[in-house]
Ligand binder design. Structure first.
Ligand code: TRP
Ligand code: CA
Ligand code: ZN
Length: 317
């Protein structure tokens, strides 16, 4: 081996050795084992997530300032996501329901492939309240789940399990869209869902780092992502059952998620470990007209977008 290096430049020798080391590391890892290689979770580009937030803000501004159930702003938000997913190779379906005399929609997107009997699902509610554009609540979760799905396509990820993504309508009217979806799932389909991951308010301007303490495996997955960043988390306690994971949980599906806080006040202990302002709400614009693109903490949005990918990749292979 040394002999073959002689006569080449030092730089070429380093490249050659590095190449050999990489090759031998791979063969050592796979020697004597049949375990398949696990794909590492990708980094989700927060700039792409923010670009989706800008689109949702523009949609609200062009439609009376909101994206609420039963409005043109809601339908335009759904069409924006559907167009991106159809172009990326997802199989999408729009599920229609009626609530308070107005038509609403869920969007479901399946990534072709994977074991159809083992489904990992990630979702977010897409409707806002009528008071504002709903950018933290919940364009943040909607955009991060969208960019995760687009990254699945970009990387042509081939998971062991089947991946499904969902955007729910009429959450703000009482979890209406997600409840409708779960209620209309045949029992055989329901039992194929091995995990539902929910993302509602993940970029609060004065953020906390909360992990749902429902299914232990899913909780452990998010906690291990945050442990890797050296950030301590707390169990999500701001009103249990207040988002779209609840109908899944009540139907016996393992659920989990992350959350950066709504109208509750950040304590001084929390400000010490997470930064931000003690004595102030996690989101002072919760359900208000000031929930615009200015109402987002970029670091929290970036971390939680990457947390979604970490969990989707980690739980699907
Ligand atoms: N879903 C609530 C809303 O949209 C916000 C909320 C309160 C929440 N507590 C939560 C979201 C816990 C996720 C987890 O108004
Ligand atoms: Ca990122
Ligand atoms: Zn919400």
């Amino acid at each position: 081996m040394r002999l073959s290096v002689s006569g080449r430049s030092a730089a070429a020798a380093v490249v050659a050795v590095a190449g050999l080391l990489t090759t031998s590391a791979i063969s050592t890892a796979s020697a004597g084992t049949t375990a398949p290689t696990r794909a590492a979770a990708p980094d989700i580009p927060v700039a792409n997530v923010k670009a989706h937030l800008s689109q949702f803000q523009s949609i609200a501004s062009a439609n009376g300032g909101n994206r609420a159930h039963g409005t043109a702003g809601y339908r335009a938000s759904l069409d924006y996501i559907k167009g991106k997913l159809d172009a990326a190779g997802f199989t999408t379906s729009v599920q229609q329901f009626t609530s308070s005399g107005r038509v609403g929609y869920n969007l479901i997107a399946d990534w072709p492939g994977g074991d159809p009997n083992q489904v990992i699902m990630a979702g977010a509610h897409l409707d806002s309240v009528s008071r504002g554009a709903g950018i933290n609540d919940n364009a943040s979760g909607s955009a991060a789940v969208l960019e995760t799905a687009l990254t699945v396509s970009r990387t042509q990820y081939k998971p062991t399990k089947h991946l499904r993504f969902a955007w729910w309508g009429a959450e703000e009217l009482g979890l209406v869209g997600s409840s409708y979806h779960v209620r209309n799932l045949p029992a055989a389909e329901r039992s194929k869902i091995k995990g539902y991951l929910n993302f509602d308010m993940i970029g609060s301007p004065n953020p906390g780092y909360f992990v749902y303490d429902d299914d232990p495996t899913i909780e452990r997955t998010f906690k291990s992502y945050y442990a890797g960043l050296n950030i301590s988390t707390e169990p999500e306690r701001e009103g249990d059952g207040r988002s779209d994971h609840t109908p899944f949980k009540n139907a016996g599906v393992p659920v989990g998620g992350v959350f950066t806080g709504a109208s509750s006040t950040k304590t001084s202990a929390q400000a010490q470990k997470w930064g931000g302002t003690a004595g102030q709400a996690f989101d002072r614009c919760y359900h208000s007209s000031c929930d615009t693109t200015a109402n987002i903490n970029n670091t929290a949005l970036d971390r939680n977008s990457d947390a979604i990918a970490y969990a989707v990749w980690g739980l699907s292979q």
